[in-house]
Design a protein around this ligand. Structure first.
Ligand SMILES: Nc1ncnc2c1ncn2[C@@H]1O[C@H](COP(=O)(O)OP(=O)(O)O)[C@@H](O)[C@H]1O
Ligand SMILES: [Mg+2]
Length: 236
């Protein structure tokens, strides 16, 4: 079953059009990557889904048109956006950040179970539960941003450059945890990454964006085999 479908999506900042026709399909439980150079429109594509940029075209989630909905309405349908730059709350502790992620939920027991799950998924956060967000390292902040998204119990996770600015070993640990989350939870994912090697450890398929347009779509195996992808994104 298709969970998320984008067809010919265009997006605008004011009068400036930055997406010129993006199409993408995410099966329920699937993970799809978005690759592309800086400025290609990866972040804007995620923002079109979460309702934070004006768009045209079709953006359907679980059969329902998302365009025209406010960001909070999109989130309430089960879409969690982990933005570029993380956006954790620096004055709150790790535990408080996780509770904020669960603010729509009423199931106190489920919330406690999920906090424990997040701390098991990201053991580094376990030692930091009482630390302020601002005291965390970049890697820990990224883990917290993902954990906070998990706390909303989403059906779809939008991840924007989760590896950006992290040491390679930390980035790898973050992706391993996301991979574990994927296999244990069945949450579907749209994964924006500049680091295609990392993205390909997680996603089943990907699209390539160039100046606001999807120019290539394929399974991970197909894309890895393409010379142009190897040259542009895989360092070989
Ligand atoms: N808030 C904004 N206002 C105007 N233009 C923007 C804004 N954000 C991004 N852009 C432009 O939109 C294009 C796509 O940006 P973005 O989606 O952030 O690309 P990516 O995430 O692939 O690096 C770029 O040309 C960028 O300069
Ligand atoms: Mg971006």
């Amino acid at each position: 079953m298709t969970l998320l479908e984008l067809a010919d999506v265009r997006a605008f900042y004011g009068r400036v059009q930055v997406l010129e026709g993006v199409s993408l399909t995410v099966p329920d439980g699937g993970a799809v990557g978005i690759l592309g150079a800086n400025g290609a429109g990866k972040t804007t594509t995620l923002r079109a889904v979460s309702g934070t940029v004006r768009s045209t075209g079709t953006i359907r989630f679980d059969g329902k048109e998302l365009r025209g909905l406010r960001p909070d309405q999109v989130a309430a349908l089960g879409i969690a956006h982990v933005p570029e730059g993380r956006g954790t709350l620096s004055d709150l502790t790790v535990r408080e950040n996780l509770r904020v992620g669960a603010y729509r939920r009423k199931d106190a027991k489920g919330i406690r179970t999920d906090i424990d799950y997040c701390l098991d998924l990201f053991p580094q956060l376990q030692d930091r539960v009482r630390s302020a967000g601002s005291a965390l390292s970049g890697g820990e902040q990224q883990m917290l941003a993902i954990a906070r998204a998990i706390m909303s119990k989403p059906r779809l996770l939008l991840l924007d450059e989760a590896s950006l600015g992290l040491a390679p070993s930390t980035a790898k640990a973050v992706y391993q945890a996301i991979g574990r989350l994927r296999s244990e939870s069945g949450i579907a994912m749209v994964v924006v990454e500049q680091n295609a090697n990392l993205a390909f450890t997680l996603v089943d398929s990907a699209i390539v964006l160039e100046t606001g347009r999807s120019v290539l779509t394929g399974s991970t195996a197909e894309l890895k085999g393409m010379d142009e992808i190897r040259r542009a994104y895989l360092g070989g």
